[in-house]
Design a protein around this ligand. Structure first.
Ligand code: ADP
Length: 228
């Protein structure tokens, strides 16, 4: 096993103030995700799944506790350092794909690599290999509007891992898809996690799909609880 988990949360707390009341959403979340693990985060709406993913993705600061990315504590880092960790070490997938509509599938996966400094030829080679791995070898030159919902979401996954992050955070990535398509997207995602030793957290409502992941957790009273 690797020396450090891709993600470790230690006593992470987060509250939101709503009018007069303070809502304690995360009340000391402690858990780790190791390379090659896919963790389904299953909890009802409003339980704090997105909040947890925002903390893990360094998009928001916790009120207390510490977030370790690949063994490195992040609480005391400045914005520039947090941004560079987010860019280099973390991939994000959302419920809606947010692909650039005027670019092809391949270009959507090439762009983040060029932004990270790779030359276009290298970036294209990796983009097309990734898309082929996700079953989109015949769709490289299609624009998002020419792709099905499941295909669009697989392009979004390819884009999220284009710069080979160690950690993938997905917020209801199949929430917008029909069950059969969702099943297929989950299948390709698990295959990718296994093949690349990525660590992934996938927030979902879908218990059937969650069974395909290596672990299942929920949020109960602001803490992480392992499920069967
Ligand atoms: P989930 O993703 O599980 O549906 P969220 O993490 O989005 O839950 O939200 C958890 C709770 O925190 C909700 O009750 C929500 O209203 C509240 N919340 C989330 N973000 C904010 C915010 N920026 N300001 C105030 N309350 C918020």
């Amino acid at each position: 096993m690797e020396k450090a988990p891709a993600l470790h949360l230690e006593g992470v707390r987060r509250s939101y103030v709503q009018g007069e009341t303070e809502l304690a959403i995360l009340r000391g979340v402690t858990f780790s995700v190791w390379p090659g693990e896919s963790v389904a985060l299953i909890a009802p709406s409003g339980a704090g799944k997105s909040t947890l993913l925002h903390m893990a993705g360094l998009l928001e600061h916790p009120d207390g506790g510490e977030v370790f990315i690949n063994g490195r504590p992040t609480a005391k880092l400045g914005d520039a350092a947090r941004t560079s960790i987010r860019r280099d070490e973390i991939g994000f997938v959302y419920q809606f794909h947010h692909l650039l509509p005027e670019f092809t599938a391949s270009e959507n996966v090439i762009l983040p690599q060029m932004i990270a400094g790779l030359d276009r030829r290298e970036a294209k080679k990796r983009a097309n290999e990734l898309l082929a791995f996700l079953g989109l070898g015949e769709r490289l030159e299609h624009r998002p509007s020419e792709l099905s919902g499941g295909e669009q979401q697989r392009v979004a996954i390819a884009r999220a891992v284009a710069n080979a992050p160690r950690l993938l955070l997905a917020d209801e990535p199949t929430g917008n898809l029909d069950p059969k398509t969702a099943d297929h997207v989950f299948g390709t995602l698990s295959k990718l996690v296994e093949a690349t030793k990525l660590a992934a957290i996938i927030a979902t409502h879908n218990l059937e799909l969650a069974k395909r992941m290596t672990r299942r957790v929920t949020l109960r009273e602001g803490k992480i609880v392992e499920l069967e």
